[in-house]
Design a protein around this ligand. Sequence first.
Ligand SMILES: [Zn+2]
Ligand SMILES: [Zn+2]
Length: 128
Amino acid sequence: MGKILSLKCDNCDYSEELRIGNGIKDNDPDMVSGYFPDDRREIIHKITAARTVWNYRRIPVLCRKCGRFTTVPLFEALGNDTLRVAGKCGCSHEIRTAVLIKPEEGIVNVSCPKCGKRVRSEVIGLWD
Ligand SMILES: [Zn+2]
Ligand SMILES: [Zn+2]
């Protein structure tokens, strides 16, 4: 079950609601691979076909290109060497340079992308 995270700037009107984590259908390899660009689907198919232990979730980030709070898909194959396959932002930007949002005690570790002030976080629901 995933969480719905509300991010609101203290100062301006910028806010986002992000669905993070994973849903009930996200243990299906075909469903999960569909969240990724074509070039990454094959890797995910190979890993899941080999029945390696794997995990999928959406993580909250600040995209440096479009300047928004958003989520990106992250696939992890667990083992001696954890292999990570990340998706792209909706603006098609790769997320290697995106800033991971860490909500802690109602405050997040990144500033508002519009005005630079403090951003508050709250879990406002669950989704599956
Ligand atoms: Zn702001
Ligand atoms: Zn973006």
